[in-house]
Design a protein around this ligand. Structure first.
Ligand code: HEC
Length: 152
């Protein structure tokens, strides 16, 4: 029951956030996606430390970071909505708004691979494998759609 309520609440707040993201002004959407990316990167860094052996593997902690990454990745897409190619300092490549299918594929890959992270966090070996897959999705998209410098 408690678990059900927690899931229901997180689904509701996810829906609210997604709806809100779609109503944001361009400037707010840009800040929103940058903040989401930063939080994803922070938890990614925590997992990286475990994968590298810099900190001992801890299933609970890894699972929490994996949840953060999977949840944020699942709704970062809407903050790259129409009309948000400019409006605040951004490194997003304008190609995002012209290469619809290729961009969507890169986004889908992020959602799919990060979605497998929570289950993979059960042990270090599966986490290590899945963490590498997630890393490829970050790299592919940044190589193609993130510019080196901020633009306005
Ligand atoms: C589908 C494409 C895509 C994927 C996949 C992706 N990113 Fe990004 N990321 C971007 C774009 C585009 C920006 C620039 C956003 C902007 O400045 O408006 C960005 C920005 C960032 C930033 C800088 C945020 C800031 O405050 O300026 C970090 C950190 C980051 N990404 C980390 C990650 C990590 C870690 C992953 C993988 C888990 C990842 N990203 C996956 C497209 C992607």
């Amino acid at each position: 029951m408690k678990i059900f309520r927690a899931v229901a609440i997180s689904v509701l707040s996810l829906a609210a956030v997604t709806a809100a993201a779609q109503n944001f002004k361009p400037e707010d959407q840009i800040k929103h996606r940058q903040a989401s990316m930063s939080l994803i990167a922070r938890s990614n860094g925590a997992l990286n430390s475990m994968v590298r052996g810099d900190v001992p593997f801890n299933k609970e902690v890894a699972g929490k970071h994996a949840d953060v990454i999977a949840n944020l990745a699942a709704w970062v897409g809407p903050s790259f909505g129409p009309g948000t190619d400019k409006g605040a300092l951004t490194k997003a490549d304008p190609k995002i708004w012209t290469e619809g299918d290729k961009w969507k594929a890169a986004l889908d890959k992020l959602v799919t691979e990060t979605g497998k992270l929570p289950a993979a966090s059960a042990d270090l070996a599966t986490l290590t494998t899945q963490f590498a897959e997630v890393g490829k999705t970050c790299k592919f998209c940044h190589d193609n759609y993130r510019m080196r410098d901020f633009r306005y």
